[in-house]
Ligand binder design. Sequence first.
Ligand code: ASP
Ligand code: MG
Length: 436
Amino acid sequence: MQIQVFKFGGASINSGERIKNMAGILQRYAIGPVLVVVSAIGKTTNALEEVLENYLANDPLAVLDSFQKVSDYHFAILDSLFSDKSHPVYGEVTSLFDQLRGYIRKGHLYSQTKPGRDFEYDQIVSFGELFASAIVHHYLVSQGLTCRLFDVRELIRTDATYRDARVDWNTTGRLIQDAVSGWFPDHPGKGAIAITQGFIGCDPAGNTTTLGREGSDFSAAIFAFSLQAREMTIWKDVPGVMNADPKLMPDAVCLDTLSYREVIELAYYGASVIHPKTIKPLENAGIRLRVKSFLHPELEGTVVENIREWKISTPIYILKQNQVLISVSPRDFSFIMEENLSEIFRTLAAFRIKVNVMQNSAISFSICVDNDPHKITPLLSFLQKNYETRYNQGIELYTIRHYTDEAITRITRDRKILMELRSRNTFQVLLDKKNG
Ligand code: ASP
Ligand code: MG
């Protein structure tokens, strides 16, 4: 059976109009069995992160206030999709909001160890995908599509690394095969749609887990791999994978093809176009990935596949904002030796901090990392105990793949350069705050 996997992200379903548009795409393009992964509506994940922050701060009024915003937003969308207020979707979505309200109302006495901030994150923030899938499922059914909703927590099994859960591929593969493949053959023909949530999974104890921000692409790839899908499509608000963020560079162009390898590189350097973990399962199973516009579905988009001699003449620009540059040197002016480096890396691993760029000299070692205060503050206090530590915030990290002199000038002109690295295909530069 040739299954296709479609992933619809937050922007593709951020209003009643867009959900109608999504249904139109499925009516037109869901030929044969399709597994649809949806993420949270619009910017709901950010809004739920706010609920979480208020909850962790034990601020009941702020909790309810932020909760209400999420709820109003979803019910406004429901009202624009369903004219009949007695439609079962209302009961279902209300009951999901009741569950979340029940959870956050209990209040929270924050402790580092139990149950832990990351655990709480997953229990609260995962609701975004549950709301979205319930709404979209009912809407698709109302439009006459053959559609069944699967709770992904019964399909994707992970470990208990909350906020960054690791997939148990064997169990997951078996669960997906049994539940989803088993469902499709009963519904042959056009438009049999299995819909489920991106971003979330479930640990062996039955607790909800999440796969990391923007993880729905990865969820879709887990399904594509487990179902041996023919192709996976990510529907986005851009024509495909662009060579730069069109909001920053209006002359950005859509790339027709990319190799799996190049996409892994782009994701590694911080291109937000596709979640970094997405490619490996697709590459392993030889599943073609398409990135297409939900606004112009007639366009071909970008095709990612196994191209050995992939070449490109356009530079690709990747910007990571809000970086911190941390430089450490031993207090006694001794050299930065392997022992120092391994201690620093052990600490970075313990705080789960990813190094975006690094450079070392005889007596100093510099790293550039994302500015996540929850991680950076304990890291800095650790480093300051043992090293002379300096840090610089608000930095921009630009990476140019397949760079040219012209591309470098375009990025660095009139800017203060803090660090620069160059390899055969990749140019990276750290720039101080704009006008800095
Ligand atoms: N809703 C989640 C997020 O915004 C997952 C995703 O969109 O892929 O991070
Ligand atoms: Mg999202």
